[in-house]
Design a protein around this ligand. Sequence first.
Ligand code: PMP
Length: 452
Amino acid sequence: MMAIPDENLLEADAPELTASEALYNRALQVLPGGCSRNTVLREPHPIYAAYGKGCYVTDVEGVERIDFANNMASLIHGHAFSPVVDAVNDQLKRGTAYTLATEVEIQYAEELCERVPGFEMIRFVNSGTEAVMCAIKASRAFTGRPKIAKVEGAYHGTYDFAEVSQTSTPSNWGEVDKPASVPVSFGTPRSALDDVVVIPFNDPRRAVQILEEHASELACVLVDLIPHRVGLMPATDQFLAAIRDWTSTNGSLLVCDEVITFRNAFGGAQQNYSVRPDLTALGKMIGGGFPVGALAGRHDVMSVMDPLRKPLLFPHSGTFSANPITMIAGSTAMKYFDKVAVDKLNVLGDRVRKQIEEAIRLADVRACVTGSGSMFRILMKQTPPENYRDAFANDDEVARLKFFLDFMFANGVMLISTGTGMLSTAMRTSEIDWLTEVVLDGLIEIRRKFGQ
Ligand code: PMP
């Protein structure tokens, strides 16, 4: 005879799932790995957001945390910034995309071109990946050359060519004089790898030597001025000048990826250098919290996308490119990120790095802090790295960082999984002081668990 389950007993025995656990179980059925972006994964399960306001995010369990991730550096004013919410609400009522152009895309293009001396023309796209892809395709179209060069380990999104060497390891990265073109995705065509030349960061002599071997074939050299995966150290003047000189002399273009670093100065991180790129890829912050990318630069180079020109060298389109929601959100966000706001945020950045340095000293543990402007990164290394190979974490450093990030999260602080933090204008010194107190506690715990 079949036993009839006692409902009361079943209920009592069933383990209580938290709201996030229950959501993750559902997600696992329909999303590969239970997520739409790997960044949100945590062990043993992701935590789901309910709402955010300013620099705080509350999850579906009702736990509030301070947000130093800011959606991977894209929320310059934190969450639900009122001027953006109001501007977007106004536009929402009038429609979100029309198969017609809008005035707001012209207005926002004018504002960005006024902001940066080298932005003569601009085209909006929908992500940083697409912006970098378009910069590469525009460079190929302009020069008629197939290859690009990029810095070892630098992250530029997921276009086949741009992602080469992003995840190189000591077992496959090759000689320092000739870094290997290592694929990220299984099945990347050999031809794509052969068309990417990898150079070491902040090593002008080696970089130029490598570029020389491909002098007549390179459409562009792609450089992030403060590459986060490479250690979040700024490019040196000498490195950038060497690349600028080499590209100008050899008929190649200099492309800066400012998808993240545009926050570093009113005119982007490029404002801090005496040389100008030919093209700049933008994204993240300039969308005011909505999906965005953009490609900006020299008039003659941007003209390869001009459909009035015959022959059209680089036909480009995108269903949601320059949609009015993103345009009004971005324009409003950037209006509030004026020179005064940028400077104020960078002062806060100096404070956070100084205080973290002090915390490291007090905890007497193997760690360092890098970064610039409103960005910081904590690495489990004695001294700041100089390039990707230096920054590469060994097993012990990986374990220490994971322990530290879990500690921070459990104590109410969200950081990016590389140990990176991004400030927003919603933060004040009180939030910075609180962060650094938790950092100190976390570092003391590392020392207790792992030793110096
Ligand atoms: N370039 C850089 C420097 C980035 O950090 C990122 C994203 N983290 C991208 C490009 C790609 O941007 P998206 O995720 O919007 O495609």
